[in-house]
Design a protein around this ligand. Sequence first.
Ligand SMILES: [Zn+2]
Length: 326
Amino acid sequence: MNPEETQAFEEKIYAFIGRENGPPKKGHDAVNEPMIRHWAEIMGDESPVYTDSEAAINSSKGGIIAPPSMLQTWSMEGYSMAGDFVQDVQRGLHNVFDEHGYTGVLGTNTTTEFFRDLKPGDEVTAHTVIDSISEQKATARGIGYFIETVTTFTDQDGEDVGRQVFRVLKFVPADGDASASSESTDDESPAAPTRIASPRGHDNGWWWNAIDEGKMLIQRCKNCQTLRHPPRPMCGECQSIEWDSIESSMEGEVFSFTTLHYPKIPGYDYPLCCAVISLNEGTRIVSNIVGIDHEDVTIGMKVKGNIEQVDEKTMLPQFYPAQAGE
Ligand SMILES: [Zn+2]
């Protein structure tokens, strides 16, 4: 786009700022115990204030409350969301972007605030506004604009109960692919993307440092000898904070796995098989299974690991089928 076209485009998109996404959306159902119970069950959250009315009454909450993280669910449209695309103001805004080549979309971050606990009988309504659109930005994904929508949740009395900010990037994909793949074989491309760096803190830095030296360690309680992984400061069995480590044989079997196809994060090869591996020592570790077609991976398959350099900066354990003999 030339400067005039860019200006005309920006006038169009900025005209959306401050517009409501659509009429307020009132939840189909009031806050209710069955939905709370299902949520708590799926999330594995056993706090009694969600499901045990007697315990909840005797707690500081004075009765059953909904998990705060359910806030957004109360006003969701439900199954119809998966059907016909709702033509709302935000969709209209995205269409303007799409028509001008900004076909990529990436959710970048969201923040939610909770103003009070919701209790059975509360009725939640969501009000969403296109709150802001950034100036044009050059991002790793391509040139684009950040769009921020703000949803305010109100109760039956019109009082605010929570607020959610959601930010997406609409961008021109570098290779014209809206799936936002940024893999490239172009010789002119900058340094090949590396994998996401391991988070090294006080409690786990030692483990990653050993990986860099080609050793996979397993933390061991000095008091009761229980092995644990991932690394953490205290033994779950005896609460001792004294520990040492043993070196893993890196032999084990596939406990569970999943294969990722999308979204393609730069630095990784796809399909990417991510597995929970039960090591012979007894602990489990999440790693990649390589050296085999992902469709041939099975639960219970014996695997053997190596520590390998997977990109310019990263050493990682990688697991192969044991019969491959590595
Ligand atoms: Zn212990």
